[in-house]
Design a protein around this ligand. Structure first.
Ligand code: GDP
Ligand code: IMO
Ligand code: MG
Length: 437
């Protein structure tokens, strides 16, 4: 076996850390980029020059010609949305012929979206604040063993047969729980026909492709979606997404062994954001939060919702480092902090009379915690043209060092703007070897 280079890239906060930018940057040297979980709840933005791409299912490696892009078995895929995404990319001159879909991935169907919306409505003030894409119901059906898998798209009649088998039950559930009138089989089948016929030929045994890639010594990236604190097990349950977002899921979500992945890069913003409901200890609802939202253009890529903003939280970053086994960090959006008079970082939590370094298991306990801040001097300089750490003002460098010390993981990459070029590779970074091919 040749020496393959593989790396998982995951979000280490509540999503939207800039994974798309970092993956696109590293994809220049990737033979394969594989998504392993989530669906079109993800919104990964890639910017180069005047081009802005917002990707939902398609891995961020698609913009690198020649990189094979895989949608792994751990994903849930909305065929209608995926076809729209591919059509948009092609209209913009991007070659999408290098995309393959795992036959074991599950399909998000119209009734999943209807169930997602209806359930959120029913929960009222207790709603999760989902993206409304049907993610939870699609994963629930997978676990209940009544999902439709991508492999059924290979033969339209088989897809129709599967849908015919499951639709009466879905309609009954929708009607009984939410008074929804349900779907007509023939109409629904015809709605899906063009997408199924288009995507069927892309279905493949993606685990086998990865295995061959490893044997041939290929460079392989695993692209995470969402973030550690949205993980179904380890996140702020129930205010989480319905999949496992941590690095270990790259193995189960693509069908490779965990030992085949040695590098785990966690992407962190230099501050914190969250979309949807749920606890967020360092949230700042005042001037600082507004400034971060304005400077960082913090509005959801998928839903357009304003993101909740607050300071960098080293407690969650350390927690994310632990549950992912992070051995490198990419710190993004450092430029957004320019102009802040002072910068805060939560270094621990005060919970009733105790101070703790650890993230609590229950969100009820988390609600009793308040962040203990360390304050750092800000800087005024525009740092978007910095291309090495030496180009940064001392205060910015000091803040990066403080993140490294607080999280106890090396910062390998610093991002100072959305563009590919606005990237600093730190001295001694493990990514240098990757970038040398
Ligand atoms: P993802 O879901 O983790 O891929 O992140 P999103 O794409 O949803 O959100 C990150 C946003 O920040 C996108 O609009 C990016 O173009 C932008 N972005 C990424 N890195 C930087 C950076 O270093 N500075 C600035 N100003 N914007 C960035
Ligand atoms: P990327 O990959 C930020 C959030 C939703 C909601 C919760 C559950 O772009 O980082 P879901 O629709 O998954 O059932 O919603 O998870 N959420 C995200 N927040 N970035 C994402 O993806 C997200 N995907 C889901 O806002 O709080
Ligand atoms: Mg996003």
């Amino acid at each position: 076996m040749l020496n393959s280079n593989s790396m998982v890239i995951v979000g280490a906060q509540w999503g939207d850390e800039g994974k798309g930018k970092v993956i696109d940057y590293l994809a220049s040297e990737a033979d394969i980029v594989a998504r392993f979980q989530g669906g079109d709840n993800a919104g990964h933005t890639v910017v180069y020059g005047a081009n802005i791409f917002k990707l939902h299912h398609v891995p961020s490696g698609i913009l690198n010609p020649g990189t094979l892009c895989l949608l792994g078995n751990g994903m849930v895929i909305n065929p209608l949305v995926l076809v729209r995404e591919l059509t948009d990319l092609e209209k913009r001159g991007i070659d999408t012929s290098n995309l393959r879909i795992s036959g074991k991935a599950h399909l998000i169907m119209a009734y999943h979206q209807a169930l997602d919306e209806a359930s959120e409505k029913m929960l009222g003030v207790n709603k999760i604040g989902t993206t409304g894409r049907g993610i939870g119901p699609a994963y629930a059906d997978k676990a209940l063993r009544r999902g439709i898998r991508a492999v059924e798209m290979v033969d339209f009649d088989r897809f129709k047969e599967q849908l015919a088998g499951i639709l009466p039950l879905q309609n009954k559930i929708l009607h009984a729980l939410y008074g929804h009138e349900g779907y007509d089989l023939d109409e629904l089948v015809e709605t899906y026909r063009p997408a199924i016929e288009r995507l069927g030929p892309l279905v493949a045994d993606t685990a086998l492709i990865l295995d061959e890639g490893f044997k041939e010594g290929k460079n392989i990236l695993f692209e995470g979606a969402q973030g550690a604190l949205l993980d179904l097990d380890h996140g702020t349950y129930p205010f989480v997404t319905s999949s496992s977002t941590v690095a270990a899921a790259a193995a189960t979500g693509t069908g490779v062994g965990p030992g085949q992945i040695s590098k785990v890069l966690g992407v962190l913003k230099a501050y914190t954001t969250r979309v949807g409901s749920g606890p967020f200890p360092t949230e700042d609802s005042g001037e600082a939060g507004n400034q971060l939202r304005d400077h960082g253009h913090e509005y959801g890529t998928t839903t357009g919702r304003p993101r909740r903003c607050g300071w960098f939280d080293a407690v969650i970053a350390r927690y994310a480092a632990r549950i992912n086994g992070l051995n490198g960090l990419a710190v993004t959006k450092l430029d957004v902090l320019s102009g802040m008079e002072v910068i805060n970082m939560a270094v621990s939590y005060k919970c009733l009379d105790d101070e703790t370094d650890n993230f609590p298991v229950s969100i009820d306990d988390l609600k009793l915690c308040s962040p203990v801040y360390e304050t750092f001097p800000g800087w005024d300089e525009d740092i978007s043209r910095a291309r090495s750490l030496e180009d940064l003002p001392l205060a910015a460098r000091r803040f990066i060092e403080a993140i490294e010390e607080a999280v106890r993981v090396k910062v390998d990459l610093v991002s100072v703007g959305p563009d590919r070029s606005q990237t600093i590779i730190c001295p001694g970074s493990k990514l240098s070897a990757w970038l040398q091919g």
